[in-house]
Ligand binder design. Structure first.
Ligand SMILES: Cc1cc2nc3c(=O)[nH]c(=O)nc-3n(C[C@H](O)[C@H](O)[C@H](O)COP(=O)(O)O)c2cc1C
Length: 205
């Protein structure tokens, strides 16, 4: 049976959302399908306005711990805050005590993709910071690695996000930079690789 994949993201300015769509294209290119979800906003509208955050896409459902339990593999989209999860993501995971206690997320496969304002802003540390949460839940981290994207990740001809920890983009400190074709290509390759890996581990697509 084909594995069930979810792509779950938080995106304040749309960069991670765009990367999530590229990850979805990758899953589809491998013959799979995935459901897109967003993480519940926790900031009041007044603060979001002050941060110039555009409205969220109301078509994308909000993830709940119960819904996440139904999936075999999950790609998490994380826009960094100080090299770590944003509070919105942390709030979601802090509401999964019951799943932690019952081992409901145990054995699920997880891939990560990230966004930072700039180089050195935490592309890799954001992924590393997520490891503790994944370990406590017993979730199985699937790194992007280099095998399918060596040329793209090693490309020094242009500025780009992403690492063997997962696809990535740079938003710039004012959010003006958008994911580049190269960054989207890596995100799509990750979606494909992730689906193939989970399908193989799951006993076939
Ligand atoms: C409170 C706060 C902390 C942030 N910390 C970092 C940081 O440590 N490094 C960095 O490069 N960008 C940092 N950023 C920029 C965000 O990572 C950036 O806005 C985000 O990746 C854009 O993705 P999005 O459009 O999907 O929200 C921070 C932004 C905020 C609001």
């Amino acid at each position: 049976m084909a594995p069930k994949i979810a792509i779950v993201y938080y995106s304040m300015y749309g960069h991670i959302k765009r990367m999530a769509e590229a990850e979805l294209a990758g899953v589809k290119s491998a013959g799979g399908s995935a459901d897109l979800y967003q993480v519940q906003e926790t900031l009041p509208q007044e603060i979001l306005d002050k941060m110039y955050a555009p409205p969220k896409d109301s078509e994308i459902p909000i993830i709940t711990p119960d819904k996440l339990q139904q999936y075999d593999g999950v790609l998490l989209g994380i826009p960094t805050r100080y090299g770590n999860f944003p509070a919105q993501w942390k709030t979601f995971f802090d509401s999964t005590g019951s799943q932690w206690q019952q081992g409901s997320f145990w054995g699920k496969y997880v891939g990560l993709f990230v966004s930072t304002a700039a180089l050195g802003g935490g592309q890799e540390s954001t992924c590393i910071a997520a490891m503790s949460t994944l370990a406590h839940h017993g979730m199985i981290y699937v790194p992007l690695g280099y095998k399918t994207v060596f040329g793209q990740l090693a490309n020094l001809d242009e500025v780009h996000g992403g690492s063997p920890w997962g696809a990535g983009t740079f938003a710039n400190s004012d959010g003006s930079r958008q994911p580049t074709p190269l960054e989207l290509e890596v995100a799509t390759a990750q979606g494909k690789m992730f689906y193939e890996t989970v399908a193989k581990a799951h006993g076939g697509a």
